[in-house]
Design a protein around this ligand. Sequence first.
Ligand code: ADP
Length: 479
Amino acid sequence: MTETITLSHNVAGRAVSGAPAFEQRNPALPDDLRVEGPEADAALVAEAVAAARAAVGAIEAAGIEARADALARIGRALMADADRLGLLIARETGKTLGDSKGEVMRAARIFDFFAGETLRNVGERFASTRPGATVEVEYAPVGVVAAITPWNFPIAIPAWKIAPALAFGNAVVWKPSEISSATADALMAVIAAAGLPAGSVNMVLGAGGAGKALAEADGIDAISFTGSAATGERVRLAAAQRGVRVQLEMGGVNGLIVLADADLDNAVDCAVNGAFFAAGQRCTATSRIIADHAIADRFVEAVRAKVAAIKIGDPRDPATQVGPLAAPRQKELIARQVAGVEATGAAPLFGGSAAAMEHCFYAPTLFDNVETPDFLGQEEIFGPVAGVFRVDGFEEAIQALNGNRFGLSAGICTRSLLHAEEFKRRARAGMLMVNLPTAGVDYHAPFGGTAGSSYGPREQGRAARTFYTFIKTSYQKPL
Ligand code: ADP
């Protein structure tokens, strides 16, 4: 029997229901789970922003220890509930159970990290050039933060926006993706039990219309967005028009260089993991495998063998390595993009349109002999699809790598320290991986890209403070 979850918005700690406006089904087994929820309009968003505004003062009054305790409580509760929440993510978004539970643990550790950061909001004090006076620098909350999040990391991405926002004294209005709203609601329940002032985190549900209403709302001081490049551009324009601080994390067409001296087994692991795990639905996924001619034939054969052994299936089964795409519309998009590539005469080495699968499953797909100007060299395909770009030597490899307008993550597989160093110096990307997959990052280090991938200050780690605070410089002369 199909389980149905009917969701409500959450404003100032109260559930606000509305007519169902969206539906998400388990993308692997549509009859297993159906999630439905309402769409926030501008009036509801305004209420949520007002609730957040009212909470900012209460958050400050409660003090940093209460905030640190609350964040630590959220972290502990997520960790204790990782099995249940992991299963919900697997059923709602199709992410494998192992990845889903791992993501809940990651979200828990992010809240834990920022519990500590709450107490470490250190400023500076120094002498003024004016004798007798002093200068103080402190990091003050920006106020009301709008968080707009995607479905591919349905709990970790919200965590790495909400946790630092709260740690540094802000209140939040959050619009999760309509594809992962049940997971969002489960996180809200954990946050609600943590003892923060009412209205510290408000959740407005819905699709793009609700996101647009939030991005354009009066009274928000900052917007942190993760999603597609096209939507990010709209959010950037909405923010710029109103002079609102904005941070965008968008896509990438991430490249992995495989040099002739690479450890073949490790390079294959990096490529297969980066390109096909999580069904390619990570913004740091590998889309371009830039392989030296000297190793390319052996490498491609080994990739083919490794992919053939991947267990694709029910994300709830602990043995499954790769699940489905997150929703029918994602499958339609990826199918259309792959068909477009095939229409140019390119035939996949494996996968592609010929390898049709049921429901939202899409077969791992690899094209060979791709050129930098081709679609696969330039445009993001948010699925298990990659191209092999054959090059001669490091110089050609780095040119191919940088021949793209995005710049999120880049990798190199080599035993040469010299080439690894050159790669780190010359690759135009925010995240650099040597002998590691392009996807997979730590939660205590800064995350973000350059060029068309990102805009504004970094997320995560200690770097997160830059976005969630503004600097107050005080001059004081005792009289
Ligand atoms: P995806 O295809 O991964 O869902 P989007 O960039 O469309 O990528 O979605 C990321 C988030 O942005 C989602 O929460 C989505 O609802 C929201 N969104 C979509 N359109 C807009 C918009 N015009 N303004 C603000 N947010 C939007």
